[in-house]
Design a protein around this ligand. Structure first.
Ligand SMILES: [Zn+2]
Length: 546
């Protein structure tokens, strides 16, 4: 999830409110601000370069809630230019920006920092700048950002979760989704009695001799800026292995025993997702699960966890049909993002269903893997109660806007509908495996997903994707019965003029597949109107019978 479920949940509540507001005002989205556009669009001073690597070297003073350090940013120019855009929240100071020993001029505008070079940077040239910064970051209300807390024994507990507000809330970077560094070093200096867990492989720690110790981590894969994380606390560590993959777990001392019991679920989760999609994407970096004071977040190779060591979502039956309580929702959902969100990443926040719809669908097939197809379907369909259909799942591009919560639940139900269209489980699981493998470690748009599914299935699924993702309403199967001559007529009512989707109808256990379009067709049936069913567990549609 982008943020996390926590955020997701909060998000659910917040969105419920904002969506009602939308309805009340005729669904007119608010006009993006200048700051939204600076953060959201892939403007010319972002597009003129390609990120290669970061080395974030930051010192954290938990008592003063103060950060200071630098990010060494290496990039390749894609065209000749004298200016690039980076981002840093306006609450933080830019101390200096150097190219080698040369101080660079810069201009700040909202969260953007435009950096000017004294001489033209040449296309194809690779450059490194050192961006020094400091200050007290804002602690964003919705749990986004960075938080400075104390655990119950009074130790500092500092964590980040910044998907929506953006990583630039606590460190300078190119804060967008389209371009990722190829690798990253993260060095975090903290008081000697604390532990830092960040992304990637733990390289080592160095006593700096001034009461601080630097913890060094190496990320050996592309990483989204919002996934970059620090978790500073009085952590206890334990570890395990799954084949060659190292599993590292971090919990506070009082929760250590509970964590040892609960975190065992990570193995079954990894086995399930590896079964469907192939090897865990960040095997060289390992898989980590880290206790935090919020619900959880998919930080790459360092998934954060705050589900109170209970099953379900914060102990409750999340989907309400008695299945969620068999597993820990946060472990299963947040870790699903290692495949969809972290390995495959959307290029723009408007396409975030590629993270959330897929991660939610992964929950569904996790249930299928563990408990069978029937339970998987039951779990999937229970999500219908959370669908709102108040605005399209895909929102306006380039404004850093957050899509509605339907990206999760309607997104997963839509993917399940695609499976029913394919109507061949072996083909379906090969298709989604190959889809993941084809796009892993890439940043993609919905158009890439659609093109791939069209090509692999030989079908034109574009109107189906567009109806579910780019329109508010579900398609409605209209049925008109003529009992006198034993026929019925059927068609789709949808916003997409070319909408066409096969669907199974008639009697359960003996479904018949029909091929409705938006034009009326007529067929014979021996079933009465009341006995005539539609496989709505397999296809997420409305049905209207006349
Ligand atoms: Zn998620």
């Amino acid at each position: 999830m982008p943020q996390s479920i926590f955020r997701k949940i909060i998000f659910t509540t917040v969105l419920a409110v904002s969506c009602s507001t939308f309805s009340a005002h005729g669904q007119t989205p608010s006009v993006p601000t200048h700051a939204d556009i600076l953060r959201g669009e892939y403007g010319p001073y972002r597009a003129n370069n390609d990120l290669l690597s970061y080395h974030l070297d930051v010192r954290v003073d938990p008592e003063k809630k103060y950060l200071s350090g630098k990010n060494s940013i290496r990039f390749k120019m894609l065209k000749d230019d004298t200016r690039i855009q980076l981002d840093l929240h306006s609450a933080l100071n830019v101390d200096k920006i150097l190219l080698g020993a040369t101080p660079l001029k810069y201009e700040r505008d909202s969260g953007a920092v435009f950096i000017d070079f004294p001489e033209t940077l040449k296309a194809g040239g690779e450059y490194t700048i050192d961006f020094y910064y400091s200050g007290n970051p804002v602690e964003a209300a919705r749990f986004g950002g960075i938080t400075f807390k104390k655990d119950s024994s009074g130790h500092s507990w500092v964590n980040t979760a910044c998907e929506d507000i953006g990583a630039s809330v606590w460190w300078p970077n190119k804060d967008q989704w389209r371009d990722e560094v190829e690798n990253m070093e993260i060095s975090v200096s903290i008081p000697n009695d604390l532990v830092d867990v960040s992304n990637g492989k733990f390289i080592g720690k160095t006593d700096l001799g001034d009461g601080y110790t630097r913890w060094d981590w190496l990320v050996q894969y592309p990483i989204n800026s919002y996934d970059v994380s620090l978790n500073i606390g009085n952590y206890q560590h334990f570890s395990d292995k799954l084949g060659d993959l190292s599993l590292d777990f971090y919990a506070l001392p009082e929760d250590l025993e509970k964590a040892k019991t609960q975190f065992v679920q990570a193995k079954g989760m990894l086995e399930a997702y590896q079964h469907y999609f192939g090897e865990y994407p960040f095997i060289k970096d390992g898989y980590k699960l880290i206790e935090v004071p919020y619900s959880g977040m998919e930080h790459q190779s360092a998934v954060t966890y705050g589900n109170h060591f209970t099953n379900g979502y914060v102990g409750r039956d999340w989907t309400g049909v008695g299945i969620s309580t068999r597993f820990d929702f946060i472990i299963i959902h947040e870790s699903a993002h290692e495949w969809f969100g972290n390995s495959i990443t959307a290029q723009d926040r408007s396409d975030m269903w590629i993270h959330e719809g897929w991660a939610t669908y992964l929950e569904c097939i996790y249930v299928e893997y563990m408990y069978g197809k029937e339970d998987g379907l039951k779990y999937t369909n229970a999500y219908k109660t959370k669908v709102q259909n108040r605005q399209p799942i895909i929102t306006q591009r380039g404004i850093n806007g957050t899509p509605p919560q339907d990206e999760y639940f309607k997104g997963a139900l839509f993917i399940n509908t695609l499976r029913s269209i394919v109507n061949d489980d072996d083909r379906w699981f090969k298709l989604i495996h190959d889809f993941y493998q084809h796009f892993k470690y890439q940043n993609i748009m919905t158009e890439d997903v659609v093109a791939y599914f069209n090509q692999q299935t030989g079908m034109n699924l574009t109107p189906v994707f567009d109806q579910y993702l780019r329109h508010t309403a579900l398609p409605t199967l209209e049925l008109k019965f003529n009992q006198d001559d034993g026929t019925y007529s059927y068609r789709w009512k949808a916003d997409e003029p070319g909408f066409a989707m096969p669907i199974r109808v008639g009697k359960k256990d003996n479904w018949q597949t029909i091929q409705p379009t938006t034009e009326w067709k007529t067929m014979a049936t021996q079933l009465s109107k009341d006995d005539f069913d539609v496989a709505t567990d397999l296809y997420f549609v409305n049905v209207s019978k006349q």
